[in-house]
Design a protein around this ligand. Structure first.
Ligand SMILES: [Zn+2]
Length: 225
């Protein structure tokens, strides 16, 4: 039976990355979130289900999410995907430079979005949310009651804020905004770091210490600053 919303979580690569296929179960039009590690395999998997990839969505520019070089390793990603399919790539406007630099995909090939931007996949509407902190242009995607959160928010943690381009205070404000989303939102993070691979935001608000910080002062203490 065709359900209006199609969403699939796929564990891929040696760094516990989670990639997503999201879109319409009716028209079968989908977007690929953070396609990396094995893009040909991902395309095959998607197209074998009679789904048509229409877009690529990027949470942030780290090579384990978009491809590129990391710790001496070459990771497949956007560049390899572009050779196989001509798909529009949606990145936050503050992340376009980083995505282009890391992947080699020209910045002019990237579609720049911001909070409030929307994308339609069949009758399904997806909303972009800018959540800086882990990187300047990190973003989440909200589709109905699902939140694909990249490396901004994990079930039990949040993305690192000690890498170049990260900003701990920005992360605090981003997490506060995510905490305003309804409790029945399903959190779908960018990595599976043990425990469960998804959770209700209500549970995460109760149990994730990073999301429980309500003042910048307590947040900075938690971060050891
Ligand atoms: Zn990352």
């Amino acid at each position: 039976m065709n359900q209006p919303l199609f969403i699939e979580q796929i564990s891929i690569g040696p760094m516990q990355n989670l990639t997503y296929v999201v879109g319409s179960g009716t028209t079968r039009e989908v977007a690929l979130v953070d396609p990396a590690w094995d893009v040909a395999g991902l395309l095959r998997h998607v197209e074998e289900q009679d789904l048509t990839p229409k877009a690529v969505l990027v949470t942030h520019y780290h090579p384990d999410h978009v491809g590129g070089s990391m710790m001496g390793q070459r990771i497949e990603g956007l560049a390899e995907l572009q050779e196989l399919r001509d798909l529009p790539v949606y990145v936050h406007k503050a992340e376009a430079y980083g995505v282009a630099r890391v992947t080699g995909v020209p910045e002019s090939d990237l579609i720049k979005v911001e909070t409030g931007s929307r994308l339609s996949l069949g009758e399904i509407e997806l909303e972009f949310l800018h959540t800086p902190g882990h990187t300047p242009g990190s973003q989440c995607f909200r589709i109905k009651n699902q939140l694909v959160s990249g490396d901004t928010l994990f079930i039990q943690g949040c993305g690192r804020v000690d890498l170049p381009g990260a900003n701990p205070d920005d992360m605090f404000h981003s997490l506060r905004r995510l905490a305003e989303l309804p409790d029945d939102t399903i959190l779908l993070p960018g990595h599976d770091y043990g425990g469960s691979s998804h959770a209700s935001l209500g549970d995460v608000k109760r149990e994730n210490v990073y999301l429980r910080m309500t003042s910048l002062e307590s947040w900075r203490q938690l971060m050891g600053r």
